[in-house]
Design a protein around this ligand. Structure first.
Ligand SMILES: C[S@@+](CC[C@H](N)C(=O)[O-])C[C@H]1O[C@@H](n2cnc3c(N)ncnc32)[C@H](O)[C@@H]1O
Length: 198
């Protein structure tokens, strides 16, 4: 039987069940700590594909009204255990199917989510992000650029990123990250994309 592709819940659940989570940093990325330190715009925030969701606590501690969403049951259970009372901020659901009831967020945080999706799903990602952020809202976090012979992760190129996000977002900050977990090493950039009018 063919292995399910990485847009399927079962692909990730198989990995969470056996603790095969090489993307898990065990805490928040230094680039996020730096962003939270240099910006003072606490607003509503969403973390899609949150995994363990360490960032929920980091955003909460500086005043964000933060939610996260994750579709793999063992990942949700793990996040809720790690986050304690803040675990209630983790929605068990599919980012592409969940009914956000028209809600928009001031900020959406990206790490390891876009690159987990086969590129055929990237247009859905861009459209969903655009619908969840008002003009002026921010899509910030760690995006992968480069080559990966055995995806996932699926890194972008500057050209594919511009094609994907360039119509509804403007890149306002971009910095390569020196140190990453081995599966992302040399590929991560901290980026801030601002939602612009369509
Ligand atoms: C590579 S992991 C990254 C986890 C986390 N963001 C981190 O940085 O450690 C990707 C996560 O996204 C989740 N995921 C993938 N597609 C999803 C979807 N459509 N809705 C919600 N979660 C999804 C997977 O279950 C997995 O836990």
């Amino acid at each position: 039987m063919n292995e399910p592709d990485s847009s399927q819940t079962v692909f990730w659940t198989k990995r969470w069940e056996v603790g095969k989570t090489p993307w898990d940093l065990g805490g928040i990325p230094p680039a996020l700590a730096s962003y939270l330190h240099r910006t003072h715009t606490a607003t509503t925030a969403l973390i899609p594909g949150c995994g363990t969701g360490y960032e929920v606590r980091a955003f909460h501690e500086v005043g964000y009204d933060v939610s996260a969403i994750e579709f793999s049951a063992p990942a949700v259970a793990h996040a809720r255990e790690v986050l304690g009372p803040l675990g209630e901020r983790v929605i068990h659901g599919n980012f592409f199917k969940h009914d956000f009831a028209g809600k928009q967020y001031g900020l959406i945080y990206e790490r390891g989510f876009l690159c987990s999706l086969p590129p055929t799903r990237w247009p859905d990602y861009a459209a969903r992000m655009a619908s969840l952020l008002p003009v002026g809202g921010k899509l910030v976090g760690l995006f992968l650029y480069g080559e990966e012979p055995q995806p996932p992760p699926f890194p972008m190129t500057k050209e594919s990123a511009a094609y994907l996000l360039g119509k509804t977002f403007r890149l306002v900050y971009d910095e390569p990250v020196a140190e990453s977990v081995p599966v992302y090493q040399g590929l991560e950039h901290w980026q801030e994309w601002e939602r612009v009018a369509d």
